[in-house]
Design a protein around this ligand. Sequence first.
Ligand SMILES: *Cc1c(COP(=O)(O)O)cnc(C)c1O
Length: 462
Amino acid sequence: MTPAPVYDSTRGETGANFEHATLRGLAGDGGLYVPRAWPAAPAELWTAPMTYPMRAAQTLAPFAAGTIDSPALADMAAHAYAGFDEAEVTPVSDLDQGLHLLELYHGPTLAFKDLALQLLGRVFDFLLAERDERRIILGATSGDTGAAAIEACRRSAHLSVVMLHPRGRVSAVQRRLMTTVDAPNIHNLAVDGSFDDCQRMVKTLLRQGRLDGDERAFAAINSINLVRVLAQSVYYMSAIAALGGGPVNICVPTGNFGNAFAAYAAAQMGAPVGRIALATNRNDILHRVVTTGRYEPAQAVETLSPAMDIQKASNFERLVYDLKDRDPAATARAMAGVDDGRGLVLSDTEHARLAGRFTSVRVDDAETVETLRQVHSDTGRVIDPHTAVGVAAARRAFADDGVPTLIAATAHPAKFPETVADAIGAHPALPSRLADLMERAEHVETLPADAAALARYMKEHV
Ligand SMILES: *Cc1c(COP(=O)(O)O)cnc(C)c1O
């Protein structure tokens, strides 16, 4: 039998099991859980033909050993990916000159978040059923995560979802992918305020742990959850297999460094990943750290790739831990500087290590639109603005590498119809199963930007 794996926090706590690391998300010391050792994955995972759910179950098995057995994992994975529009789940298609799109947008809510959350929702359900517990997922969303979380939990017997979004500040398609879900355990709240107001309200309640007199604890399924990262490493392996077994370079449009860290995780498990390019928009903290070694949060600005309008890449801490030779005290010191707004400065050795694996490119809105337009006129393909950032970056980062490049195509173009229409002069169509999305009834309550109002709403309705 495979020994049960151990998870440590990047900031010092040690010895969590899979169940604890998954249900907690963030460690008690504020750090992120990482496996004490990355298991070496069998080469079949990136060389052999295999169904997507089978590849996912085999990738996750050593991480969940002792908690979830293989048949149960295979069953969860089969259900998680059954609702995708493509049988291959994440097909790879040729763009041009050695560039390949890894299509991550065929899930129920049209962005790559579905790949992780469809599985994580089921893993949560399984663990809570064993403990005979229920939880309330409480989150704030500026776009794609909320819809993916709602879709992943709508049939759960153990989870309710309370999802806040800033009223009038998410796109109509993004909002409707959340609010048209009609289920008694799903609650959409439109807050009269900004995304930051929503986050502040959620954090206030999360700190309390639960509502007074309610046995259900709050839970978060944000992008620092380890299972999300592990689930995302699966599609890189599947794509390498589709391209003949590698090696490949990978280019990831990045915000929170979750999807990019998943590519690194695949490499840690042995997959033949060459260099990883971080494609940022004008919110370029990750581009700055790769080029200068200084990780310094700045004010976030609005761009045409809104899912990447982030100036603190929460998963970067996992990489910092490795750059510092997995020294939790050194990581905790460095991250304290980030938490209080000063940022961190890598040593020359750490910076060289970072630059040995990662490269980076910053792409502005004008180049994003131009890339969208040019890909359409040259190939007839319609891509979304986040993917366009990735394509522009891959062309610059890997121009003469002679190695195939995978670009993570993170969202369906129909999720960002205005930007796409401005670039190519035509509106991208939604998949046929969502053709009537704009006519469906919405289920949403409006709230003032006030944590007490949120607590009152939850007492009465959740
Ligand atoms: C979430 C998201 C990203 C950023 O992914 P990270 O894992 O946060 O780096 C990029 N593109 C789209 C469409 C997204 O929804």
